[in-house]
Ligand binder design. Structure first.
Ligand code: FPP
Ligand code: MG
Ligand code: MG
Length: 327
């Protein structure tokens, strides 16, 4: 578990490691319930070996103030719990059978249990957010709204008068960028960092978050299950138009067969396999990687405005990681 980014500064590495350990303890404490089954179904994903990307980002953002502050740990745990809650719900909506290399909760139990476990995590996260104060509650409510509208927008799909790429980028900001932006804002804010730094880390989170989802969408097409821990082609099966598909469709050279396949939701495994092969051969992945590089470059530009510290260096390694995980 852990994304294993290389933090060269020993003191920073130690601080982050201790911070993650505190977050882990809080995550485990927070899912304790008199109803032992709820704890068990929650631990299913808590312990599934996630990357803890969001808490790590919160902890790095907190290095511009006091990273030991109790509210920093709480906010990092909250962000991960909200993220986990959305994954339980997302796997129901996507009918996914695999998550983090293990059986998804909806497949292991059923849709009701998966949905309720997401709700349980949301309830426990809410109790922690209350300790962070009314402004944090409002901030999280706003983020929550964006997660929901992003997911709804994706479900409904692009309208006939809308630009498909713009629509995609908006969905990606809402469903993924918004929470990572809040992860950065919370870390900096609760560490007591200056307002300008808080806002900068929110912007960096937004850019990293959009990049993170773009790389996720590349992985859905490019990576085998044993590397991603998820079933490839899930977006294709669900009829979700991700950036690699949109670019492949915009290419006049694209195989008519790929166009034909992408014009409908695929259910048949053989068709999904064929579409994946054609997508991998198109220029869609290459163009998507170029877009990902643009978001990474913007994030690095924003990073340059922060004080030159080991934390800034580690954040730039985090940006490299988001790009590198697709290659
Ligand atoms: C994963 O995308 C899904 C999200 C990032 C957002 C999910 C949001 C909700 C389910 C709505 C809000 C629900 C709650 C409890 C706040 P993906 O399906 O592209 O990623 P994947 O490949 O990891 O499945
Ligand atoms: Mg999904
Ligand atoms: Mg989804």
């Amino acid at each position: 578990s852990g994304i294993g980014i290389d933090i060269t500064d020993a003191a920073l590495a130690e601080s982050v490691q201790q911070g993650i350990a505190r977050v882990e303890r809080l995550l485990h404490d927070s899912v304790q319930s008199d109803f032992e089954f709820a704890t068990r179904t929650s631990l299913h994903l808590v312990d599934a070996g996630g990357k803890r990307f969001r808490p790590l980002f919160t902890l790095l953002a907190a290095q511009f103030g006091d990273p030991q502050a109790e509210a920093v740990t709480k906010s990092a745990a909250v962000v991960e719990m909200i993220h986990l809650a959305t994954l339980y719900h997302d796997d129901v909506m996507d009918e996914a059978t695999m998550r983090r290399g293990a059986t998804s909760a909806n497949a292991r139990w059923d849709n009701s249990i998966a949905i309720l476990t997401g709700d349980f995590l949301f309830a426990q996260a809410s109790a922690l957010i209350a300790d962070l104060g009314a402004e944090a509650v409002r901030e999280m409510a706003r983020t929550f709204e964006l997660l929901v509208t992003g997911q709804m927008r994706e479900t409904v799909g692009v309208g006939p008068d809308e630009d498909a790429v713009e629509f995609y980028l908006r969905v990606v900001f809402e469903k993924t960028g918004s929470l990572i932006a809040t992860a950065g804002r919370f870390g900096a804010w609760f560490s007591g960092a200056d307002q300008a730094i808080v806002e900068s880390l929110e912007r960096i989170g937004r850019l990293i978050g959009i990049g993170f989802q773009i790389s996720d969408d590349i992985i859905d097409i490019a990576s085998p299950a044993d590397e991603s821990g998820k079933t490839p082609g899930t977006d294709l099966r669900e009829g979700v138009r991700t950036l690699p598909m949109l670019y492949a469709l915009a290419d006049p050279e694209t195989e008519p067969r790929l166009r034909d396949l992408l014009s409908r939701a695929l259910s048949d495994d053989a068709e999904v396999h064929e579409a994946l092969e054609l997508l991998r051969a198109s220029n869609g992945l290459e163009r998507t990687r170029a877009t990902l590089d643009e978001y990474a470059a913007d994030a690095r530009k924003e990073l340059a405005s922060l004080p030159d510290t080991p934390a800034r260096e580690a954040l730039s390694v985090l940006v490299d990681y988001v790009v590198a995980r697709t290659r």
